[in-house]
Design a protein around this ligand. Structure first.
Ligand SMILES: Cc1cc2nc3c(=O)[nH]c(=O)nc-3n(C[C@H](O)[C@H](O)[C@H](O)COP(=O)(O)OP(=O)(O)OC[C@H]3O[C@@H](n4cnc5c(N)ncnc54)[C@H](O)[C@@H]3O)c2cc1C
Length: 270
């Protein structure tokens, strides 16, 4: 999934911090060295932000891309590296961008789109709607921890589902998707959220609805109880990056690769 920036990390400086809703903080980042970072022009494009003192980084969707500024919306939740930083973020805080990539691959012939996600996907959903809902019939299903996390998504038909304690109670994205009837004709389904939930959704889209690979994109954005999952990965001695690389090498469209990768993890009990 990663695409590391070729010439090393790009420094960014926090220009503003605004609480959007109970679960989301909007952070605008100045990019003084903007020439080193071009928009991919894909509405779910995301960057990895490295926080001061933290190992590694976290992916955040670029909600708005301006020439010298990027806007990201960060989900607040206790104990998260990104969430805890956002809860205390101050103007002038310095971060680094280390990676940049996108996953949304809506085919030209799509006559409708269905966007499904939890609160971490709301920035991507918001940007996709803003850029295309005026010309493409768009249905949105979003799961949020608080009713007040709902946002205006003009031009789209939106259904909000309230799952209190998202992260402490399982995500219900699968249930949301099972309840929907896809419009006729070619379209595109984009799903992003908690990794176990998106795995179940992918299976449903592939096996039960029989959608061909190019008709949908499913991305695991985060993992509930990730510490336990990583402990299981270590216990089983699984090299998840190597498994992914093998499946990538074996070929197929991105969804075939992700599906085979997920099936192999499932076989290992992961
Ligand atoms: C392509 C892509 C785009 C993304 N875009 C966004 C975005 O725009 N905004 C955004 O906030 N996130 C986004 N994410 C998810 C983000 O990268 C983080 O994984 C996630 O928000 C948790 O990061 P954290 O550092 O706060 O928590 P972590 O330090 O990763 O997790 C600590 C613990 O908190 C719990 N936890 C983690 N995430 C959540 C959550 N969302 N709700 C409740 N409990 C949680 C888990 O139990 C975990 O073990 C995106 C991910 C990808 C791959």
């Amino acid at each position: 999934m990663a695409t590391e920036l070729e010439n090393g990390p790009v420094p960014v400086v926090t220009a503003s911090v605004d609480r959007l809703s109970p679960s989301l903080v909007r952070v605008v980042l100045d990019v003084p060295d903007a020439a080193r970072l071009d928009s991919l022009g894909v509405p779910d494009e995301a960057v990895v932000l490295r926080f001061p003192g933290a190992e590694g980084g976290r992916w955040y969707t670029v909600r708005r891309w301006q020439p010298l500024r990027l806007t990201v919306d960060i989900v607040l939740h206790p104990g998260g590296i990104g969430g805890e930083w956002a809860a205390r973020a101050r103007i002038g805080d310095r971060l680094e961008i280390t990676h940049h990539n996108s996953w949304f691959r809506r085919p030209e012939e799509a006559r409708w789109q269905l966007l499904v996600g939890d609160v971490t996907a709301l920035p991507a959903v918001g940007r996709i709607v803003e850029e295309s809902a005026d010309r493409l019939p768009t249905t949105v299903l979003v799961e949020v921890p608080h009713r007040q996390d709902a946002q205006d998504l003009p031009g789209a038909q939106v259904r909000w589902m309230h799952t209190e304690g998202l992260g402490r109670t399982p995500s219900r994205l699968d249930e949301l998707v099972r309840g929907v009837q896809l419009p006729p004709g070619p379209g595109y389904v984009y799903v992003a959220g908690e990794a176990s939930a998106t795995r179940a959704v992918r299976r449903h889209l592939r096996r039960e609805l029989g959608l061909p690979g190019g008709a949908y994109g499913v991305v695991g954005y985060w993992r509930a109880e990730s510490e336990k999952w990583f402990a299981r990965v270590a216990e089983k001695g699984a090299d998840t990056a190597a498994i992914y690389a093998e499946e990538l090498e074996a070929g197929g469209d991105p969804e075939d690769v992700r599906a085979r990768y997920e099936e192999r993890l499932a076989t290992l009990g992961l």
